[in-house]
Design a protein around this ligand. Structure first.
Ligand SMILES: [Zn+2]
Length: 321
């Protein structure tokens, strides 16, 4: 009787088999199919296998989790609390990439992920760089050093107005992979888009009032935010947070701070605050956190709570009303 049922769960059984086949015997796959059918207690009937999605770092992971809801199981290639730029992947992670239903990443940001995508050839990929128009990294911040990531600035997620494009693309791709859950993906995507739009409006209103338009950050993560809200970012190091600033660069930044009357040097949560802290101490000004939302370190924090904290920090440092 169960096998004769045309339920969505049994229709989706081949996928459950396909992506578990390497590790499980056919009998286990059958058990999973039966369990899926048996668990169709709700009216929705969409209790089929979850899509296995791997995201390369936190903001992408968050979008997939929010849009996919109960229909996806999302892993991140960057461990929580790790700095994503220079992530390294184990052979096991590369293999995991090959068996995922979908890999969501940002080409040009994490070299190890780009290599692993080439090597493991996942069933489906979504490259955020194909969805969002990336802007050039601000000139001068890398002092002409060779930049292995190219000259495009990866940090688009710090401009909330660029996120709905990604949300839409994720919803489209998840729908392609699991059409039976389309209604849920569209509903979730609409709700998440609204949150980004509300956040963008709040940033716009608040930051329009700032009398100080220049802010100083540890690494050049806030170019998109600055461009969107008409602020000027001065970064101590470049696009890559691990790059040590030269004495010449530090002297330049000190000059900007005193010329513009900057009151605060921002540092980050995932890289050492030492350089920013020392600079602030030397100049007798404040040091405070501005988080590039490249990972989440605090229990209960997420993209939106961090974005709120960033807005408050910027408001205080920039004399916004
Ligand atoms: Zn960064």
């Amino acid at each position: 009787m169960i096998f004769a049922s045309p339920s969505p769960a049994s229709a989706r059984a081949p996928r459950a088999f396909r992506h578990r086949l390497a590790a499980t015997a056919g009998a286990t796959g059958l058990a999973l199919t039966l369990a899926a059918c048996g668990s169709t207690t709700g009216a929705s009937g969409d209790s089929g296998a979850e899509l296995d999605v791997l995201a390369s770092f936190y903001p992408l992971q968050m979008v997939v989790e929010q849009v996919g809801g109960e229909h996806v199981s999302v892993g991140s290639l960057t461990p929580p609390g790790a700095e994503p730029h220079d992530v390294e992947l184990s052979p096991a992670q590369v293999a995991q990439l090959g068996s995922a239903d979908l890999v969501v990443y940002l080409s040009g940001f994490q070299a190890a992920v780009d290599d692993a995508v080439d090597e493991a050839a996942p069933a489906a990929t979504l490259d955020a760089a194909d969805v969002v128009t990336l802007q050039e990294a601000a000139a001068g911040e890398d002092e002409g050093e060779e930049d292995p990531h190219g000259t495009l600035d990866p940090h688009f997620w710090l401009d909330p107005s660029l996120m709905p494009g990604l949300v839409q693309a994720v919803a489209d791709e998840l729908t392609r992979l699991d059409p039976s859950a389309e209604d849920d993906f569209r509903t979730n995507a609409a709700a998440l888009t609204q949150r980004f739009e509300d956040l963008d409006a709040q940033y716009e209103t608040t930051l329009a009032t700032c009398t100080q338009r220049t802010f100083v950050t540890a690494h050049a993560a806030f170019g998109y935010l600055a461009a969107r809200y008409d602020l000027e970012q001065v970064a101590i190091s470049g696009i890559d947070p691990e790059a040590e600033p030269s004495p010449a660069r530090l002297a330049q930044v000190e000059q900007v701070i005193s010329d513009a009357g900057v009151t605060t040097v921002f540092f980050e949560t995932l890289v050492s605050p030492k350089v920013a802290q020392t600079l602030a101490d030397d100049l007798g000004i404040q040091a405070a956190v501005l988080d590039p939302i490249e990972g989440v370190t605090e229990e209960g924090a997420d993209y939106f709570t961090i974005a709120q904290a960033n807005l408050e920090a910027l408001s205080v440092a920039s004399s916004c009303s």
